[in-house]
Design a protein around this ligand. Structure first.
Ligand SMILES: Cc1cc2nc3c(=O)[nH]c(=O)nc-3n(C[C@H](O)[C@H](O)[C@H](O)COP(=O)(O)O)c2cc1C
Length: 333
């Protein structure tokens, strides 16, 4: 079957398929990325890491830049507002094995923007340019930028900032087509993503609200972007990744998983998290994942509530197992 799209070329790195898992802080840790990668991701990105914390070398921060061996190529994302600190942090993550260094100009969370990091950088395009230039100068691998449209609706700086990033040596730009002030409200406006693609010479990755495989491919085609990034819609449903990858490979998209399929995979996810992080850390982290795998399943609200109180992995897995059995009995009846 002929492929329907070309690889995403980031500097010398050809990413196939041109399908990227969105970095999601507190969610897409190393274990999660390694679990989702075989569904068909071309590229994974670490959760964002503070350039300041990295240069202090905190243990938790160093853990955040650790990647699974299957994550090749792998991108490490940094945030910060100081070009020199960002450059030092970039050199460090490159030394630790990053194939790509990604700069975060998109995070709208107050704990980040109050120190002028993430999307707050978009209020100062000169600073954005200085950060990209400093990071590009500090590493021998491609540097990419992930950004929003601007700080507010009345100040859409994405074309300006992306053009400056390109001039400063960035190898690709990902655009989440919302403003910082929007947080996650409203919807991503893919017309801006198409405009950015027309404006730049370097590859553009489109991001925001892609939730169904055929619609995602349509957004890719209509905007002309070189790659797409999937985020929230993959949580509890990594089959979405496989369905998009199928279409990119020129196959029909595989069918949606059944609720029982999703819960069986939830158990795999649970066990892997316990193995890798230990029960004490895995159980609270898995609560949000289990809630997502339960989405749309009959009786999910009561189950979710119950899972919130469970403190042991064995009990959680038994509860999920019992739910699978209930679903299968109902199906057979
Ligand atoms: C819980 C959560 C954490 C996120 N953390 C990051 C992050 O660390 N770095 C980043 O660039 N974007 C982060 N994002 C934004 C996503 O990467 C993505 O741009 C956004 O969710 C839109 O894509 P989607 O509609 O496919 O989810 C985060 C989003 C969520 C929901």
């Amino acid at each position: 079957m002929p492929r329907t799209v070309a690889p995403l070329q980031i500097g010398p790195i050809a990413v196939w398929p041109p399908l990227v898992l969105a970095p999601m802080s507190g969610v897409t840790n190393r274990t999660m990325r390694a679990l989702y990668k075989p569904f068909g991701l071309g590229l994974t990105v670490t959760e964002f890491v503070s350039s300041n914390a990295l240069t202090y070398g905190s243990k938790r921060t160093l853990e955040m830049i650790d990647r699974h061996p299957s994550e090749r190529p792998g991108s490490t994302q940094l945030w910060g507002d100081d070009p020199a600190t960002m450059a030092r942090a970039a050199a460090l993550v490159r030394e630790c094995g990053a194939d790509i260094v990604d700069i975060n100009f998109g995070c709208p969370a107050p704990k980040v923007t109050k120190t002028n990091g993430g999307s707050a950088c978009l209020r100062d395009p000169d600073r954005c340019e200085a950060i990209v230039r400093a990071v590009v100068g500090a590493v021998d691998c491609p540097v990419t930028v992930k950004m929003r449209l601007g700080w507010t609706e009345s100040d859409l700086v994405y074309l300006d900032v992306a053009t400056r990033a390109q001039a400063a040596g960035a190898a690709a730009v990902t655009l989440h087509a919302r403003t910082a002030k929007q947080f996650y409200r409203g919807s991503a406006d893919w017309r801006h993503i198409a405009a950015l693609k027309r404006h730049l010479d370097i590859p553009v990755i489109g991001n925001g609200d892609l939730a169904e495989a055929h619609a995602a491919m349509r957004s890719m085609r209509e905007s002309g972007v070189d790659g797409i990034m999937l985020g929230r819609a993959t949580l509890g449903n990594p089959w979405l990744i496989a369905q998009v990858a199928d279409l990119m490979e020129g196959r029909s998209a595989r069918p949606d998983p059944t609720p029982a399929d999703r819960l069986r995979y939830c158990i795999v996810h649970y066990r892997t998290m316990v193995e890798e992080l230990g029960e004490r850390r895995a159980v609270p982290q898995m609560r949000k994942h289990v809630a997502l795998y339960l989405k749309g399943i009959a009786g999910a609200a009561a189950l979710r509530e119950r899972m919130m109180r469970i403190e042991s992995a064995a009990e959680a897995i038994d509860t999920i197992d019992a739910t699978i059995e209930r679903l299968e009995n109902a199906r057979a009846a």
